[in-house]
Design a protein around this ligand. Structure first.
Ligand SMILES: Cc1ncc(COP(=O)(O)O)c(C=O)c1O
Length: 395
């Protein structure tokens, strides 16, 4: 039996997978077992910020491997504290709790804000339609997409959905009972859709009036992906809490929530915890990644190469104006909305040696390793063009 037949036999079948039997990764490329090379603009779903086999990440992992693989949070762990210190400095917030995933970061924040709300007589949480915050029952309760929620209701109560970018609807939804607003600066799974400046301003203005908490989900936008370490740093607004994951572990499972001073003292001993969260191997890999990504010249590189890739995608959209609706996003989190055949384009691009996935039903999403250069952007644009030609004909 080949790997596809064995996968079908032994794994619960919830993923749409590429028809690829991957052997290894190197830099920004994956290689299958026949030795075919793929330019990887999926990057483990926006995880592999420094690509595959980055020497600094590998070295940090090997060094930690020879100290200890796992200790548990019964111990203070130097590597975990070093990473927490970096995240506090970078974010401008005060305290960190480490998790294994993005979903768990959201889940922990939900508990924390609920406890804060119980103290402050507030109980309504606001989330935006099209958002994605994870698939555990708490995180799913604020993931406002019917296709994810419909089989699992009832979910948490007291959640209000506001249509994204509808400032008027947002302003009529908030009141004295509003406990927290959860938002993604750019909705990733929802189709690379940035929240508007007007809505963002309304969210922060509303906090001054009603005193609710603002939690931003930087799981996909964070760790340099949009050209600043966190996306909220572009706006100058300061959230009360941030969820971070994906790129944070440099390829190992690591998430965190980072909160302000007040929220950092809400939970008492025993009220929250995790066996693996902040595992030293993941923190070592994460620290090596964060040290590199947080350098200003690295972030400038992400902005520049992202702008270049966006221009290349825009040039393609001029060739196929009746198919490509819009190019969106910032830095190296870009989306191309098409009005037809998104899955066919994804599989044809894969055959051409370019990997990316689809978000929001009809958006080709590009989240490459942050180390790509302009020639790699050219290579991606050319492979994508060939996929368009093979599906729609020469422009
Ligand atoms: C914005 C956002 N929030 C939360 C999650 C869930 O993170 P994880 O899959 O690490 O649990 C994701 C994952 O795609 C995400 O993009």
């Amino acid at each position: 039996m080949d790997i596809f037949a064995r996968g079908k036999k032994y794994l619960i079948d919830v993923y749409k997978r590429f028809p690829l039997d991957v052997d290894r990764g190197e830099g920004i490329y994956l290689f299958d077992k026949q030795g075919k090379k793929y330019l990887d603009f999926l990057a483990g779903i926006a995880v592999n910020a420094l690509g595959y086999q980055h020497p600094a990440v590998n070295e940090a992992i090997l060094k930690q491997l020879h100290r200890n693989l796992h200790l548990s949070n019964y111990f203070l762990q130097d590597i975990q504290i070093a990473l927490a210190e970096r995240l506090v400095t970078i974010s401008g917030l005060s305290k960190v709790f480490f998790t294994n995933s993005g979903t768990e970061a959201i889940e922990g924040l939900l508990k924390l804000v609920k406890k804060w709300g119980n103290r402050n007589q507030k109980n309504e949480i606001i989330a935006f339609s099209g958002s994605f915050h994870g698939r555990s029952l708490g995180a799913l309760s604020i993931t406002m997409q019917e296709k994810y929620q419909k089989s699992f209701e009832p979910l948490l109560s007291n959640i209000k959905t506001v249509p994204c970018n509808d400032v008027q609807a947002f302003e009529s939804a908030i009141n004295d009972r509003t406990l927290a607003v959860f938002y993604e600066g750019i909705m990733g799974e929802g189709g690379v859709r940035p929240i508007s400046e007007e809505l963002l301003t309304a969210v922060y203005r509303g906090r001054e009036r009603f005193g609710y908490l603002i939690i931003t989900d930087e799981i996909q936008t964070g760790v340099g992906r949009t050209g600043t370490f966190y996306y909220y740093q572009k706006s100058g607004f300061m959230p009360d809490g941030v969820a971070t994951a994906k790129g944070l572990g440099g390829g190992l499972p690591l998430g965190a929530f980072i909160v302000n001073e007040e929220l950092g003292t809400i939970l008492e001993k025993g009220e929250h915890g995790t066996t693996y969260g902040g595992n030293p191997l993941a923190c070592a890999s994460g620290l090596a990644t964060v040290e590199i990504v947080s350098q200003p010249e690295f972030l400038r590189h992400v902005t520049e190469v992202g702008r270049y890739l966006k221009e290349r995608l825009a040039a393609l959209s001029e060739q196929y104006p009746s198919i490509i609706r819009e190019i969106r996003g910032e830095g190296l989190m870009l989306g191309m909305e098409v009005n037809q055949k998104a899955p066919e384009l994804m599989f044809e691009a894969c055959a051409q040696g370019l990997l990316f996935n689809i978000a929001g039903g009809n958006v080709l999403r590009f989240v490459p390793p942050l180390i790509i250069d302009k020639p790699a952007a050219d290579e991606a644009a050319e492979k994508l063009r060939r996929a368009f030609v093979n599906i729609f004909g020469e422009a």
